[in-house]
Write a protein that binds this ligand. Structure first.
Ligand code: FES
Length: 143
């Protein structure tokens, strides 16, 4: 059988980074895809506008786990603005690419980060919409 995943995707799937929950998280986001049934929850700890910790729990396919893992690695120790600029394309590229049918899994990771940042602003009494924009709770909206 032809290998569909890049070695890096396999590596992050088999040894995912930052799995779990942050007890004192101040930004939590959950997104899903109604079509495949996968769910991703992202926990962020943000101090002085910097993401000091990022963890995730993903109930999903190998690509969803690998993209969650890579996304948390890419936003840790970055500013909120840098995290907001994270795209699913950048996550997929950092993993050496994804098969076309798995691109939606990387959108799940991007939207989970945005959902957590949206929650972070909401908790501070700031309307997140003008800053974070629309967050797709169900990435199927975009299929
Ligand atoms: Fe749906 Fe991967 S198949 S998130």
């Amino acid at each position: 059988m032809k290998e569909v995943y890049s070695p890096l995707v396999m590596e992050h799937f088999l040894n995912p980074r930052n799995v779990g929950k942050i007890e004192n998280a101040n930004g939590i986001g959950e997104v899903g895809n109604a079509t495949c049934g996968d769910i991703m929850r992202m926990y962020l700890r943000i101090d002085d506008n910097k993401i000091t910790d990022a963890k995730f729990k993903t109930f999903g396919c190998g690509a969803a786990i690998a993209t969650s893992s890579m996304a948390t690695e890419m936003i840790k120790n970055k500013t909120v603005d840098e995290a907001l600029a994270l795209t699913n394309k950048a996550v997929a590229e950092a993993l050496g690419g994804l098969p076309p049918v798995k691109v939606h899994c990387s959108i799940l990771a991007e939207q989970a980060v945005r959902a957590a940042l949206s929650d972070y602003y909401t908790r501070q009494g700031i309307d997140p919409e003008p800053i974070v924009g629309h967050v797709m709770k169900d990435v199927h909206e975009n299929d």
